[in-house]
Design a binder for this molecule. Structure first.
Ligand code: MG
Length: 148
């Protein structure tokens, strides 16, 4: 397994659909890249995780965030805005993964400085293949910023 600066890549998945969480876990389980997947199921928890608040005081800074847009409590757009307006978090790449293929969502998400926008395939196999593509591209091709 390759490692990143001698450590695992820390991934944060913000996703309220248990099915999508399971598929993502499965797709990443046999990854060539050492990774740890942290999962939070709503926008409030995502911000708590990133700010190491509440039950997340021991949380690690993620190297990459996979963010659903439609989330309970605080939606993905608000989470994205929070991340990209926070100087300590803004360098963390955010991959938006959503069922929406609406042009206005795509545009709005890029305006909020998402690093990429992906429409989740409905088909399970295609979904897994998208997760593996994210892994291949973001964890092996892309240079991520060094951890602080
Ligand atoms: Mg959702």
């Amino acid at each position: 397994m390759s490692t990143f600066l001698g450590q695992s890549i820390e991934l944060l998945l913000v996703e309220d659909s248990p099915g999508d969480v399971l598929l993502t876990q499965e797709a990443l389980a046999d990854s060539r890249i050492a990774n740890r997947l942290h999962v939070v199921e709503d926008g409030e928890r995502a911000i708590d995780f990133l700010m190491k608040r509440g039950i997340y005081t021991e949380a690690v800074r993620p190297d990459l965030i996979m963010l659903d847009l439609n989330l309970p409590r605080k939606d993905g757009r608000e989470v994205l805005q929070f991340i990209k307006s926070n100087p300590d978090l803004t360098t963390i790449p955010v991959v938006v993964l959503t069922t929406s293929r609406a042009e206005e969502d795509i545009l709005r998400t890029y305006k909020l400085h998402a690093n990429c926008y992906i429409t989740k395939p409905v088909d399970m196999n295609q979904f897994c293949s998208v997760i593996r593509s994210i892994e291949d591209f973001w964890l092996t091709v892309v240079k991520l910023p060094h951890k602080k």
